[in-house]
Design a binder for this molecule. Structure first.
Ligand SMILES: Nc1ncnc2c1ncn2[C@@H]1O[C@H](COP(=O)(O)OP(=O)(O)OP(=O)(O)O)[C@@H](O)[C@H]1O
Length: 436
């Protein structure tokens, strides 16, 4: 229609001088008057509005042309087909892209499933049982510490020098779990290498010595165990200047904990609790907390001390781990309350002794029967060195006094004896050693 009207008005001249006042009036009224309004004004005022109409028409034609111009590329001639081809092409491309993404996803999923199967098979082979979300692949060898986790060379060298060729089952699984930054509660038999399973990832996480405060805490339920853990730590950290400290009585009494350069602190719960209460030791920077022999640590008499240590380690990104030879249900319940998204790793069967230890249950009928059975075993089959564990120090003392009069080399160890009185290596002495 606009084109038609432009034809109608073509060639007509408009005397702007003559109709200047009217033009001004119209412009004042509404500068944005649309063509409909102008055309109605043209109807009212006849010739007067011809030029604006012409202008508007021209403008609208230009606009239309412009619009046409913009669309003409796609509408005219072969462009029509070209545009539809390009749309089809881009649709094809999108489809192909989607298909390849889908394929990639499927291949990835397949590969993941295969890896899960391989992991399950490997765990079965090593008697490792895990539960928890997204448990990392167990270690095939210590070399994987380098290839998968970029383990520093000092640590690999130390492992080699200590003669550790292959990781033990607990090490195979607990190390990757902790290196992934996951919390972990682990249960593996006595002597299965649990210490290395938590010290190795701890040293890797700490990377380098730092001065800012205590960064890792290992809690052990007895002084003897804490000394042993301290020694293991020192051996593994050789060639790296980590400040590894053992919380001794002396340290507790004399140290200025406000300036305490320490990367790793090893302590019993009672000493650490005293340091928190009396010396205001700051544990808020601790990134790594290990509860070793956690079944003992969670027993009622130690629980209060553990609780205050756990509360003092207030760093929100702390990684906590529990290691134990047995995992009673009450410990597991407490561990679950304490930890977030933890992985449970059990080697062998839960609460079972090592399969390399032969066990025998002997029915003796009465208390006296026990003594008789022990004497009989010594006479028949048990060759010293032998360790005899008893429930309490009273029972240890009793058995010692009974056996001391027999013709055998026997010694006793319990907490009433001073460190000087304790002979620490019964195996060198070839004795029967009775202890609590
Ligand atoms: N991968 C390994 N290869 C060979 N020996 C190892 C390995 N890991 C640890 N050991 C050694 O095995 C012994 C027992 O290790 P460790 O004391 O850590 O066991 P554990 O599971 O903590 O025992 P416990 O429950 O009595 O504390 C140690 O002498 C340790 O040096």
């Amino acid at each position: 229609m606009a084109n038609d009207s432009s034809f109608l008005f073509a060639g007509i001249r408009f005397d702007r001088k003559k109709f200047g006042a009217d033009i001004a009036r119209f412009q004042k009224k509404d500068s944005d008057t649309d063509s409909a309004k102008i055309s109605s004004a043209a109807e009212d005022e006849g010739e007067k509005t011809i030029e604006p109409v012409e202008e508007k028409v021209a403008a609208s034609t230009t606009k239309k042309r412009k619009r046409k111009g913009t669309s003409s590329e796609t509408v005219e001639g072969f462009n029509v087909f070209r545009s539809s081809t390009s749309v089809a092409q881009s649709n094809d491309e999108v489809r192909v892209n989607e298909e390849s993404v889908e394929l990639n996803k499927k291949t990835k999923k397949k590969e993941q499933n295969k890896q899960l199967e391989r992991d399950a098979k490997f765990r079965k082979q090593h008697n490792i049982h895990v539960s928890g979300y997204n448990v990392p692949t167990p270690l095939q060898s210590f070399d994987e510490l380098k290839s998968r986790y970029n383990c520093p060379s000092y640590l690999l060298r130390n492992l080699k020098e200590l003669g550790f060729r292959e990781p033990t089952p607990i090490q195979r699984q607990a190390i990757p779990v902790l290196l992934q930054g996951r919390e972990c509660f682990a249960c593996a038999p006595t002597g299965s290498g649990k210490t290395l399973a938590f010290v190795c990832p701890m040293l890797m996480k700490l990377k380098d010595p730092e001065k800012g405060g205590i960064r890792a805490v290992i809690l052990c339920h007895t002084r003897e165990l804490s000394v042993q853990t301290y020694r293991e730590c020192k051996k593994l950290a050789k060639r790296k200047k980590f400040r590894i400290k053992l919380m001794t009585k002396n340290l507790l009494r004399n140290a200025d904990f406000s300036k305490f350069p320490c990367d790793v602190l090893i302590s019993t719960p009672l000493r650490l609790r005293l340091a928190i209460k009396r010396k205001k030791i700051d544990l808020s920077r601790v990134e790594y907390l290990v509860l070793d022999e956690s079944d003992k640590l969670f027993e009622p008499e130690l629980f209060k001390q553990i609780d205050s240590v756990i509360k003092a380690c207030s760093n929100p990104s702390i990684i906590r781990s529990l290691f134990s030879a047995t995992l009673p249900d009450f410990v597991e319940d407490q561990a679950r309350e304490l930890m977030h998204d933890a992985v449970r790793v059990i080697v062998g069967r839960k609460n079972m002794a090592s399969e390399t230890i032969k066990q025998k249950l002997v029915f003796t009928g009465s208390e006296e029967g026990k003594l008789l059975a022990i004497r009989q075993s010594f006479a028949e089959s048990l060759n010293p060195p032998v360790l005899v564990f008893l429930q309490s120090k009273e029972r240890a003392k009793e058995l010692y006094s009974e056996l001391a009069f027999d013709n055998i080399r026997v010694d006793v160890i319990h907490s009433d004896l001073s460190q000087a009185e304790v002979v620490l290596n019964p195996f060198e002495q070839h004795k029967i050693f009775i202890g609590k």
